[in-house]
Each structure stands twice: as structure tokens, then as C-alpha cells.
Design a protein around this ligand. Structure first.
Ligand SMILES: Nc1ncnc2c1ncn2[C@@H]1O[C@H](COP(=O)(O)OP(=O)(O)O)[C@@H](O)[C@H]1O
Ligand SMILES: C=C(OP(=O)(O)O)C(=O)O
Ligand SMILES: [Mn+2]
Length: 534
């Protein structure tokens, strides 16, 4: 019954010629397809000793922001934030021509996978997404990452709100005349409610693509849409961890003392915090069982490893970065033992901004007041870390508003307004945590960061003795339980405090310059006082 409707829709879209459709395949079916000896190139999967399947994603081992476009038409022209950088415009005609390439590609395939899934936990705000692709492991990826409907929900799924067509095997020969960046494309059309992909096999484009769409629809309804992980304690206290890729959202939210809500994308409405996803996408470079036991144990049957080097005995070498620094695993959220299902909880009381400071200036933790919470959210100072985006090979300082600029479809102030509004309403406290470097030239240890997070969550940071760091204008605790001595004040990790000051002044000047773009109103001008001072 269901399949007839799917076949009808494939026909209406223009996908013909295939022999078979697999609708919401089981993990078992996907495993068999991934291991098939008929697979060629990047379709091939290899089973590892953990039971997880390992694949390679080809040339693209991270997102490709320069190949990402949104159709500029009547629906999008006045809503999308056309910043000339993140949201690049394209025309309906160019979208149509790329769509035809994807349709042709999918029509040449023997087997089509159709996966219906939800993006968003709550029925009133979730997107019903239909993914259409020909590669089994891509179907596996979206099955892991999005919310898997129950059989009952699948029966009543109805028309999708959004369609994602992945034609990763095709490329666009006309890209030069069309003024695009390359033969690869990731395109969104808000009128057709469709995403199309060509050239890149990186799974993250589908995951972060739908995140960008949630970032469009939710704030327009007055809800916060956030690039953060979230967990909840025994007492129902919710903590959020904002941060750009590689800053520690996934690692720090997997806390054996707490229940995971989600590791990357959340909304905050009148009832509380909710996950958009049904799985996690963890970095596995240098992963070890002692340092990250929960993630290590989540790698088992049904997990999907990307770009990890695996030997002939199926042993994964997590230290090997010869394919990329951005080695990954995706797994359904229930691979983490302590979770809440459905993935939601109450209002957040602790908000943590994770910043991996490549300059080594920021203290490992700072306590923010209300204005600082707003100022630092709009600034989103951090570093882009190697691997997740094409072309980034070493930490690159970046101001990424909302700690997720690459996924903001609306103006950054839409995200700060909605978040800060919720924080004020529920009395949430904010902290800035540096998970990057200090004066020693080394990254702050995971052990110290975990102890800092513990102190934020149990409140011991609020009663600790405090001091203010000049230039950066940040308040810090002088000591915290289980945190290495002498690291909390960044100046003491340098040979001399004046070495720190030189770097701090340079960073402060960058903060001040970056913030000028928001200073077109009195409220924003007032916030300048909350930031670094020269
Ligand atoms: N002090 C630290 N805090 C958090 N993560 C750290 C720290 N030091 C090293 N790391 C490493 O940085 C990476 C953080 O990645 P991840 O948690 O996946 O980030 P995100 O989910 O924000 O993209 C992990 O590989 C982790 O082991
Ligand atoms: C998957 C991504 O993000 P994160 O590292 O935050 O999981 C990404 O940015 O493509
Ligand atoms: Mn993550």
C-alpha cells in the first residue's frame, strides 16, 4: 500500500528506470547491501571487529560550504540572510538543471532507497523528511541520524514536508557558465521544499542541510533553534553546550552522570529543550576507550564509520588520520546507554559556550552575566578545526555567530533574540569554556574540561572565589575541584603575563572590530561594554 504511493511519487518527480525500491530498509537489509560484492568504489562497506560497517566518502571528507546554494525567489528573497558567504544565492533555473542531473543519475540506478524520517522530536514542529538515494550506506546514515518513525507513524506519514535527493555520483558539467564554484553542488529550494546533492558523498551535508532548514522555520515561529548538544541530570536540570565543529559538543554531552538529549541540534520551545535528531555523529580521531568510554562503546553493529582506516582483520585504527582528520561514526542515539526518549526535557538552566581558542588567550572557563551572554553568543569566537570543512587544515580563528554561522539561514540576531529571550525567561546562567589551547601550546585536557563542566553543573563554580581577567573583561573562578592548579588564569600558563597581554590585546581588537557589524542600534551598542576592552 505504502510502496505504491512511493513509486507514484518517484514517477512524479521523474525518477524512472530503476528495478527496485527499498522503503525504510531495516539495518539488516542495509548491512547486506553494504557488504555486497557488487558494490563499486565508495559504495563498498567493510565490517569491523566492533560490528560497525566502515565506508569511505571519497574526495569529500567534510562539508563543502562554497558549493552550497539556496534558490533566491519570492519565498526566500526577504527571509534568508544573504550574507554573500554562508547562504549563496542561485536561480530556480540553475536549481532545475542540477535537479535534472540528480534525477537522471537516480534513474540509472537499479535500486532506489527511500527513507522517511523526522527532523525534530515534537509533532508540531518536526519536518517529515523523505530521503531518496541509491547508495545503501547513505540510507544507513540518514536512518542513524534522523528520528526513526514507529511503524504506526510511518503508516500515517503522508506527504513529506521536505525531500532530499542525493545524487552523489553525478556532477554538474555546466558549473562555469552557471557561475557556480565547482562541478559539485548542495542546493536548497524553499519553494519546492527540496535539497539536492551532487558530487559530494559526505553524509554531513544531509544532516546539516536539514539543520539549516530547522534554523529557518523555527525562529520564524519564535522558537530557539540551536547548534548545541544537550543533556539532563537526575533532577531534570538541563545543560546546553554550544560550539562549532570539534569544540566538544558530542564529547562533553556524553557524560556518564547525565542523560543525553542529543549531541548537536536542538530547539527550545515553551515546553523545553528538544532534539532534532535520532542519532549522533561523533568524531573518532584519537578515540580511546578510557578517554571517551560512552562513544567507544556506541561503536557496534548498526554504527557507520566514515573514513577510518581499517586493516584486513577489521581492526579500526583511530589514530590514523591519513584519510582525514575528520574521521566519524554515526550511530542511533540508543547506542548511548543513558538517554531520554523521546529526546526532550524541560527548560535549560546552564548554557555553556564551547570555544576552541587557537590563540591561547581565553581562560578555560569564564562566568558570563546577561549582557556578556548575549555579546559572546553574537560573536561566537572560536576556531574552525581541521577537517569538517573543505580547505581547513589547521585551527583557524573565526567569529561564528550563534556558534554555528555555517548553518544560519536567518540573520544572526534572530538566534540571539530567541535564545536570550528563553534564557531570561528561565533564569539560565551562561559560561564560556575554552576547550582549545593555552600558553603551554597544548590543548586544555579533556579531564580538566570535564571537571570544569562538573563545577558548572553542580554549581560549585558560582560559590568559588573569583577574579577578573583584564582586556578580555571576563570573570573567572580562581580554583575549582579536580581542575589542575595554575590553569584557570590563562596568564599563568605563559612565561610572563605580558606575553599573554600582547596576544589578548590582538584578540580584543578582533572582537571589537567584528562586533561593529551589529552596532546599528542602541541595544547592540550597549553590549560593547560587555566585551573585551582596549
Ligand atoms: N578539552 C577538550 N574538551 C573537549 N574536547 C577535547 C578536548 N581536548 C581534546 N578534545 C577532542 O576534541 C574533539 C571534540 O570533538 P566533538 O566532541 O566531536 O566536537 P563537536 O561535537 O562539537 O563537533 C574530540 O575528538 C575530543 O577528544
Ligand atoms: C557534522 C558537522 O558538525 P559537528 O562537528 O558539529 O558534528 C559538520 O559541521 O559538518
Ligand atoms: Mn558533534
Amino acid at each position: 500500500m505504502k510502496n505504491i504511493k512511493i513509486i507514484q511519487q518517484l514517477h512524479d518527480l521523474g525518477i524512472t528506470g530503476y528495478e527496485e525500491v527499498s522503503y525504510n530498509p531495516t539495518y539488516e537489509e542495509l548491512f547486506v547491501a553494504e557488504m555486497s560484492s557488487k558494490n563499486a568504489g565508495f559504495e563498498k562497506g567493510a565490517v569491523t571487529e566492533s560490528g560497525a560497517v566502515a565506508v569511505k566518502t571519497g574526495v569529500f571528507t567534510g562539508r563543502s560550504p562554497k558549493d552550497r546554494f539556496i534558490v533566491k525567489d519570492d519565498v526566500s528573497k526577504d527571509t534568508i540572510h544573504w550574507d554573500g558567504k554562508v547562504n549563496l544565492p542561485t536561480t530556480p533555473e540553475i536549481f532545475e538543471s542540477c535537479k535534472q542531473l540528480v534525477l537522471k543519475q537516480l534513474s540509472s540506478s537499479k535500486k532506489i532507497y527511500v527513507v522517511d524520517a523526522f527532523c525534530g522530536t515534537n509533532p508540531d514542529t518536526r519536518l517529515k523528511v523523505r530521503f531518496i538515494m541509491e547508495v545503501a550506506w547513505q540510507a544507513h546514515f540518514v536512518t542513524n541520524m534522523f528520528i526513526r518513525p514507529s511503524n504506526f507513524e510511518l503508516e500515517s506519514f503522508g506527504e513529506p514536508d521536505f525531500i532530499v535527493m542525493n545524487g552523489s555520483k553525478t556532477t554538474n558539467p555546466n558549473w562555469k557558465e552557471q557561475g557556480l564554484n565547482s562541478e559539485n553542488f548542495v542546493m536548497f529550494n524553499l519553494t519546492e521544499k527540496m535539497q539536492i546533492i551532487g558530487g559530494t558523498w559526505y553524509g554531513g551535508e544531509m544532516k546539516k542541510g536539514m539543520f539549516a532548514m530547522m534554523n529557518y522555520y523555527l525562529p520564524l515561529k519564535g522558537m530557539a533553534s540551536m547548534h548545541c548538544s544537550a543533556n539532563v541530570g537526575e533532577d531534570g536540570d538541563v545543560a546546553l553546550f554550544f560550539g562549532l565543529s570539534g569544540t566538544g559538543k558530542t564529547t562533553l554531552s556524553a557524560d556518564p552522570k547525565r542523560y543525553l538529549i542529543g549531541d548537536d541540534e536542538h530547539g527550545w520551545d515553551n515546553n523545553g529543550v528538544f532534539n532534532f535528531e535520532g542519532g549522533c555523529y561523533a568524531k573518532v580521531i584519537d578515540l580511546s576507550e578510557e578517554k571517551e568510554p560512552d562513544i567507544f562503546k556506541a561503536i557496534r553493529r548498526d554504527s557507520l564509520l566514515e573514513n577510518v582506516v581499517v586493516n584486513e582483520y577489521g581492526e579500526a585504527d583511530y589514530t590514523d588520520n591519513s584519510i582525514t582528520e575528520n574521521t566519524r561514526v554515526s550511530y542511533p542515539i540508543y547506542h548511548i546507554s543513558k538517554i531520554v526518549l523521546p529526546s526532550k526535557a524541560g527548560h535549560a538552566s546552564k548554557i555553556v559556550y564551547l570555544s576552541a581558542d587557537a590563540f591561547g588567550v581565553l581562560p578555560p572557563v569564564s562566568i558570563l552575566d546577561e549582557d556578556q551572554a548575549q555579546y559572546h553568543f553574537l560573536c561566537g569566537y572560536t576556531s574552525k578545526l581541521a577537517g569538517t570543512e573543505r580547505g581547513i587544515t589547521e585551527p583557524e580563528p573565526s567569529f561564528s555567530p550563534a556558534f554555528g554561522e555555517a548553518f544560519l539561514t536567518l540573520h544572526p540576531t534572530m538566534y540571539s533574540k530567541t535564545l536570550i529571550g528563553k534564557m531570561k525567561e528561565h533564569g539560565a546562567k551562561a559560561y564560556l569554556v575554552n576547550t582549545g589551547w593555552n600558553g603551554t601550546g597544548k590543548r586544555i585536557s579533556l579531564k580538566d574540561t570535564r571537571a570544569i563542566i562538573d563545577a558548572i553543573i553542580d554549581g560549585s563554580i558560582d560559590t568559588a572565589e573569583k577574579t577578573t581577567i583584564p582586556v578580555m573583561n571576563l570573570e573567572i573562578p580562581t580554583a575549582l575541584p579536580n581542575v589542575s592548579e595554575g590553569i584557570l588564569d590563562p596568564r599563568s600558563t605563559y612565561a610572563s603575563a605580558s606575553d599573554w597581554e600582547v596576544k589578548a590585546k590582538d584578540l580584543a581588537a578582533r572582537y571589537i572590530k567584528n562586533f561593529e557589524q551589529y552596532c546599528d542600534n542602541d541595544e547592540a551598542k550597549r553590549l560593547v561594554a560587555a566585551g573585551p576592552q582596549l
